[in-house]
Design a protein around this ligand. Structure first.
Ligand SMILES: NC(=O)c1ccc[n+]([C@@H]2O[C@H](COP(=O)([O-])OP(=O)(O)OC[C@H]3O[C@@H](n4cnc5c(N)ncnc54)[C@H](OP(=O)(O)O)[C@@H]3O)[C@@H](O)[C@H]2O)c1
Length: 454
């Protein structure tokens, strides 16, 4: 893959890229099927991705007619990288085995004793399958992770409803944390010309998820002036959620866990912020019982900041916060949920839901149209990347552990083929127009936090 790196970084033509042979093996980050029990008996917090993630060469898979091979310049860590690497809630080999039982031989390729993970990527197309129409060798792309078969009729209102819908690099193999990836042509989107490889690679998964949850008609479809409570407001999905709320003329209330994150949110333009650590909310009295008086105290704090109860709650921590989220939402409000980081067996008081006509609405990633529209906003400089730190592929375990331990802000980027950071910016004039300070807000903040902690 070194020849591809060199060619891309020196601006080779599509013909030159075509003339470089595809190697037999490529470097990738993966977990091994024979290691899924290594963490048995350990509490979740002690399962260390550095002990399960390997970076080594694996064979290049055969390309289907509707697929492309992308030389991956950069990728990013998502929370699903954490789940795969600690084998929770189930080892992702179960998903690959399901693909292995498919009648399609192309699906069966994925069932291997190793799982190459990663659900984000930016790079350059180096081969296209015979059925690919809209993309060609040399195109600079970012990749979204909605992995669907466009011949499946169940996906044609909304591909997220496709019976066979999967997340690339989590429920499928050959993910983006590698020098090469194999994706369907319907996962491709143009790379933002004003961003580096790693700034481009960090957006698609989290940005599209937040877009669907808040902007799309499939989600909460925010209106001007609405109050939106955002848990983990400087995290991967939270950092984009705040931007969508502000862009839509609504009022975000961000919840975070440190003063440094409060400061970051203020710089992002979110005035109403709650430091949950400082407030020391105890929504759970013990493992089995919640404390309504703590929900009430939280609701009062939100109201004191923005004058009203939230119309929308952007919910993803799950078990720890869900009872509070249902309680604080406004009469007729919506609790938008896409995850359950702290536990998926949820408890809330149903009286507060039905008597106040609230709705719990679920969301999962985004269809191609939503991902495309969210990416367009990044390309136009209206949504900024929230990259706070960048690691080399060989340090993917370290980077994943950072996210697992909640010691990061925004997104953590990974350099794959790119030989260094800040490369791949094709339109510096537009970058200047958007504003270096806006684009690099999270990384400047991350660097500052690093130097203070030393
Ligand atoms: N369904 C989908 O399509 C989809 C897509 C993307 C992500 N997800 C899921 O969404 C979740 C968040 O993803 P992410 O990328 O935003 O992860 P992240 O970058 O780790 O951010 C999550 C944030 O949650 C907050 N948090 C953690 N524990 C909490 C607790 N006990 N109470 C309140 N807040 C807590 C943390 O913020 P503070 O510590 O600052 O409060 C953290 O920054 C993950 O479970 C992920 O798998 C789902």
């Amino acid at each position: 893959m070194n020849s591809f790196r060199q060619a891309i970084e020196t601006g080779a033509s599509p013909d030159e890229l075509r003339s470089i042979p595809i190697p037999e093996v490529y470097r990738a980050a993966f977990v091994n099927k024979d290691e899924v029990t290594v963490f048995e008996g350990l509490p979740t917090s002690e399962k260390d991705p550095r002990n399960s993630l390997h970076v080594e060469e694996v064979p290049v898979p055969e390309m289907a007619p509707d697929e492309v091979l992308v030389a991956v310049m950069a990728s990013s860590i998502n929370y699903n990288t954490v789940w795969t690497s600690i084998f929770e809630p189930v080892p992702t080999f179960a998903f690959l085995e399901r693909l292995g039982r498919s009648s399609s031989s192309w699906n069966r390729r994925h069932d291997l004793p190793y799982h190459v993970l990663g659900s984000d990527g930016s790079g350059v197309i180096i081969r296209v399958g015979s059925a690919v129409r809209n993309w060609k060798i040399g195109d600079k792309v970012v990749i979204h992770c909605n992995y669907v078969d466009d011949q499946d009729p169940t996906g044609h209102d909304d591909s997220m409803l496709s019976y066979d819908q999967k997340i690339w690099g989590f429920e499928s193999n050959f993910g983006g944390l590698a020098d090469l990836t194999l994706v369907k042509a319907n996962q491709l989107m143009p790379k933002p010309t004003h961003l580096s490889w790693e700034e481009s690679a960090c957006n698609a998964l989290c940005n599209s998820t937040s877009y669907r949850m808040l902007v799309s008609k499939n989600g909460a479809a925010i209106k001007q002036g609405q109050r939106v409570l955002i848990w983990g407001a400087t995290g991967g999905i939270g950092g984009y959620a705040v931007q969508y709320v502000l862009n839509g003329g609504a009022v975000p209330v961000g919840v975070v866990s440190s003063e440094a994150k409060v400061e970051l949110l203020h710089e992002l333009g979110c005035e109403a912020v709650i430091n949950r650590n400082e407030k020391n909310y105890r929504f759970w009295k013990d493992e089995h019982n919640q404390d309504e008086s703590e929900w009430r105290r939280f609701g009062k704090d939100v109201r004191a900041l923005v004058g009203e109860d939230p119309d929308i709650v952007f919910e993803h921590p799950g078990r720890q916060t869900f009872g509070a989220s249902v309680f604080v939402a406004k009469r007729g409000g919506v609790i938008m949920t896409c995850a359950a980081t702290t536990g998926y067996m949820i408890e809330y008081d149903n009286r507060h839901l039905w008597m106040k006509l609230k709705t719990i609405k679920s969301s999962h990633f985004a269809n191609y149209r939503e991902a495309w529209d969210a990416n367009k906003l990044v390309c136009e400089g209206k949504i900024q990347p929230i990259l706070s730190a960048t690691y080399m592929l060989e340090n993917v375990g370290e980077a994943t552990n950072l996210v697992h331990k909640n010691r990061h802000e925004g997104k953590v980027g990974i350099l794959c083929l790119a030989s260094g950071p800040n490369m791949g910016i094709d339109n510096p004039e537009f970058r200047e127009k958007v504003g270096e300070d806006k684009i690099t807000l999270f990384s400047r903040h991350g660097a500052k936090a690093d130097s203070t902690s030393k």
